[in-house]
Design a protein around this ligand. Sequence first.
Ligand code: LMR
Length: 398
Amino acid sequence: MFQHVDAYAGDPILSLNEAFQKDPRAGKINLSIGIYFDNDGRIPMLPSVRAAELAVVEAAGPRPYLPMEGAANFRSAVQALLFGPEHVALKAGRIATIQGVGSSGGLKVGADFLKRYFPDSKVYLSDPTWDNHRAVFEGSGHSCETYPYYDAATGGVRFEALLAHFKALPARSVVLMHACCHNPTGVDLSQDQWRALVPVIRERGLLPFLDLAYQGYGDGIEEDAFAPRLLADEGLSFLIANSFSKSMSLYGERCGALSVVCPDADQAARVLGQLKFMIRRNYSNPPMHGGQIVAKVLTDPKLRAMWEAEVAEMRGRIQEMRRQLHDVLAAKLPGRDFGYFLTQRGMFSYTGLTPEQAERLKTEFGVYILRSGRMCVAGLNTRNVEATAEAMAAVLAA
Ligand code: LMR
């Protein structure tokens, strides 16, 4: 019956993470998947999240299905987090938000929605982008192309080329953009660059789709929401998928959302209705537990303050690991510039290592980074950073 089914080639991130789990070597180092590990190499259970979960379990009653769009308290907490509680777009009821299944689920619901209502629009992805972006959009029937983004020569953004590219796009083109902590490069647009994009987006009639999976890991929870707030302030229409996997260390609970900022409340109501339809025919409605934990953390002032401090601590630890990795590498290979480790933001660094060098890191040293050269800096700790730097120096010097 299933003889014709192809073998799955695997996923560049998840399959590498699986290979790491099976590696019997004691000193192996996992810098493959985008997960924050603490200095003891464990996925943290944040005290704010733990306290929220206990409160949610304590208060738990019957478990009816959630509405297709998810829990109302979760959705309004997400809107306040993304745009600020007093934002005019929020007050005007012109943001349609659904509870997603992680931000991947939000991307998928958004991709299905766009395919139905913008069937002729192409989706433009940054070059490079998260490996799964193309898969999600192509899976919904979109045709995807790329726009210039990372400049390997300078370690920055090819902003002039990006701007020129956007200026030549057809109206209603979808531009998928990372709101902060670009995955995989760690190289973000500056606030001035975002501002410079606004008139281009407006004049060309482009439709931005922001992905905000790492809020709080860049410059801060509020600071990392700069892009969605700017676009909303400017009255632009756009979509944004966001996640609590990393910011609340709730990976397996699949907590996230999709918000569509619309010109008015009437359009937002119609968009929300169609998002519900997309959800109903896909997974019907989202799970309850994780979303209630998130809503509790975001809306309880004491837990919220705890969470903000915890996110700041995780962000600070990553920055410290960046610094230590930089310092060891700079000492070992003095002719090379490793300054990019210090300027990049979020969990990832684009190391510039070739696929062959990444393979050597894995096979000879048990250090797992993606073949693209992406390293999850959040997997470093005070016990493995030196070994990682030594392994990198060895493959770079060869
Ligand atoms: C990553 O980029 O490693 C994470 O977002 C996890 C994933 O699902 O790919």
